[in-house]
Structure formats: C-alpha cells, structure tokens
Design a protein around this ligand. Structure first.
Ligand SMILES: *Cc1c(COP(=O)(O)O)cnc(C)c1O
Length: 361
C-alpha cells in the first residue's frame, strides 16, 4: 500500500503535482532518430505509465493497461497462444471470454475445453498450452486452487492465466501463487466508481509482457489518458473501499443466511460454503460479491427493484451496492439467482434497509 500511495513521492521535483498529469498526446516531439520510449501516442503514454506503476506495485510485476477488461483478456490470450494451441477454460466464468474464444479463436484452430471451476483443481491439464482460471468464478463464486493447478500445468509445459477481477490483487495474488499471467477488469473494484472501463495485464515473465506490449501497440488497443487517470484515481482508495465492501458483504451474507425470504446463499466466507476451504487458503478475505437464490424470479426482481439501498444494475465492484438476476444474461444459474455486489454504504444503514426489504417480500 505504501508503494501504491507514495509511488510518485521519490520522483517529484518542487512544484510538481502530487497527482499524475493527464497527458493528452497523439504526437510527441521526436526530432532525429525515432528510437525513443515515447515516439507516438499508440506506443506509450505517461498517464498509462502512472497507473501501470501503481497497479504494478500491488501485483509486484510488470503491468500494462488496456481500455477495458476484455481488451486485457484479448491481449493475454494473443500473447500466450499460437495457432492450433489448446486452452482449458472455466465453463462458469465470465461469459464474454468464452464467446470471444468461440467466435474469434476457433477459426485459428485453437481448441477450447470448458470445465466447471469447482472441477478444475483436480482436472487433467496435460496437453493444454494455456489454462485459464477465474476464481472466485463470476457469477457462481466457485473457487479453484491456483497454486495446485499452476504446479501441475507447469509440470505439463503449459501456462496459467488468472482473471483476478472478482478478487483484486489486494484480496488474492495469483502471480505469488504461481500463475504466469494475471488479468483484471479494472472497470470493477479497481476503478470502483462505475464511471470508466479499464483493464490490465501483469506478469513477471518478461517475454510474455513483451508480447503483450507488442499486441497493444500493433492492434491499437490503447486506453485514453483521461480514462487512465480515472483508473489511477480510483485505485488510490481501493484498500479503503475494499475494507468497507468486504465488511458489508460479510454482514449481508450473514443476514441472507438467516433470513427466511432467502432460499440459499453463496459467499466464500460462510463456513459451510463449498468455496470456504480454498478461500481461506488462497484469499486474504472472501470478497464483496454474494450470490443469493430466492423462491422465484419474481421475488428476486422485487428484492432488487423494491430495495432503496440497491441499484438494479449489471457489473460489480462499485461504491454503491448493486444487484441483478444473472439468468437474464443467459448465465447457467437458476432464474431466481441474484448476484449482489456490496458497496461502501455505512454498514448498519445498509443492513437495516436490506433487512426491511427482505421482511416485506
Ligand atoms: C467485467 C469482467 C470482464 C470484462 O471486463 P470489461 O471491463 O467489461 O471489458 C472480464 N472478466 C471478468 C471476471 C469480469 O467480471
């Protein structure tokens, strides 16, 4: 955290702003040889570098930023696959990642095998060039053992990439657990204010990062400097926000667990949750996303729409508590399954308001 918040401290000269400048640049002065780190706006940008070094301090790894989580996912896939590669991916992970692989990578003879997250810990990884993990999985909140899978995948000659969006590097350190690459949709908790799309890729493998950088430069998958600044600004309060969000999620999970209006709860921090054991092993805290099932889809809709403390919205990780029925997007969950993202509201007020809505259902 010190490195994150004071990263600029050692480098400032008198009169310089504590915050990084938003450098709006397509062109940089480039007399003579073009061999310079800032030759043109698509290659690099000082505002990208500010957010990259801040996120890099948390990941303890070289980090490159992207205009969205999916742009980061695409870069990680492009950097690690060659034609005819085979990939193992979670069947219950972020839907768009699966569609991307099916729609645009199948045609390059990339073979894609889907396995549920809860079976991945014990799944055979022989023959896979890339093992893609998302843990806790979104929206089902199952967890797989990153260290065990990384060890077996490396022994079999493959790479492991972890989508760490639901945890953030403050709750889970995939690279420390042995993963080769980590990607994140910083649109969620890292930027945290529901006002910007952003993403990053981190790795301690210099060759992989060279490919990721090359992909960004050649494909033009480049974030705007103003967006990079918003992500930087959000990141500066990540630890503070997460601490409240995790407190709220724990209090809410306990409320849901005991309330008769709720049929079942998924939260990796509940002692009888299937994810509890692995969560305690590899995560600092169980996070801020809760899955809950009601008696019917209409009860679930009433809960979301009647509660004044909940924004009916997709996505998660923002400062406001929000919820949605994931089946409306076609996720393989019950019609009455609600994914709730705990926000930063004062805990007692949030619990009281949500309890009153549950009582009224
Ligand atoms: C949201 C999300 C993404 C995609 O991120 P965007 O910023 O929306 O492009 C990828 N993976 C996971 C787990 C996500 O939740």
């Amino acid at each position: 955290m010190m490195a994150l918040l004071h990263g600029r401290a050692g480098r400032l000269s008198k009169g310089e702003s504590l915050t990084p400048p938003i450098v709006n640049a397509a062109k940089y002065a480039l007399p003579g040889s073009p061999d310079h780190p800032l030759p043109y706006g698509r290659y690099d940008n000082p505002t990208w570098q500010s957010v990259e070094s801040a996120i890099g301090a948390l990941e303890d790894a070289e980090t490159l930023c992207f205009p969205s989580g999916m742009a980061a996912v695409t870069a990680a896939i492009m950097a690690s696959l060659t034609p005819k590669s085979s990939v193992l991916i979670p069947s219950d992970g972020y839907y768009t990642v699966r569609v991307l692989l099916q729609e645009f990578f199948h045609q390059h003879e990339i073979s894609v095998t889907e396995v549920p997250t809860r079976q991945l810990t014990d799944h055979d990884v022989e023959g896979f060039d890339l093992v893609w993990l998302e843990t806790p999985s979104n929206p089902g909140l199952d967890i797989c053992d990153i260290a065990a899978i990384a060890q077996r995948t490396h022994a079999a000659g493959g790479l492991v990439c972890v989508d760490n969006t639901t945890a953030t590097p403050l709750l889970q350190r995939p690279l420390g657990l042995g993963a080769d690459i980590t990607v994140s949709s910083d649109t969620k908790a890292i930027a945290g204010h529901s006002d910007v799309l952003f993403g990053h890729v981190s790795s301690r493998n210099g060759q992989i990062m060279e490919r990721v950088r090359q992909w960004r430069k050649l494909s033009g998958s480049t974030p705007g400097p103003a967006e990079a600044y918003l992500a930087y600004r959000g990141l500066m309060t990540l630890e503070l926000r997460l601490s409240r969000m995790c407190d709220n999620a724990e209090a809410l999970a306990n409320l849901f667990y005991t309330h008769k209006a709720v049929k079942s709860v998924r939260f990796p921090g509940l002692a009888d949750d299937p994810s509890y054991g692995l969560c305690s092993k590899q995560m600092m805290r169980p996070g801020f996303v809760i899955g809950l099932t009601f008696g019917s889809a209409s009860t679930a809709e009433s809960f979301i729409n009647d509660c004044p403390a909940i924004f009916a919205a997709t996505s998660f990780g923002g400062i406001q508590t929000s919820a949605e029925r994931r089946a409306r997007w076609g996720d393989a969950v019950p019609e009455s399954y609600v994914r709730l993202s705990a926000g930063c509201e004062p805990t007692t007020a949030l619990i009281d308001t949500i309890r009153a809505t549950l009582d009224s259902l």
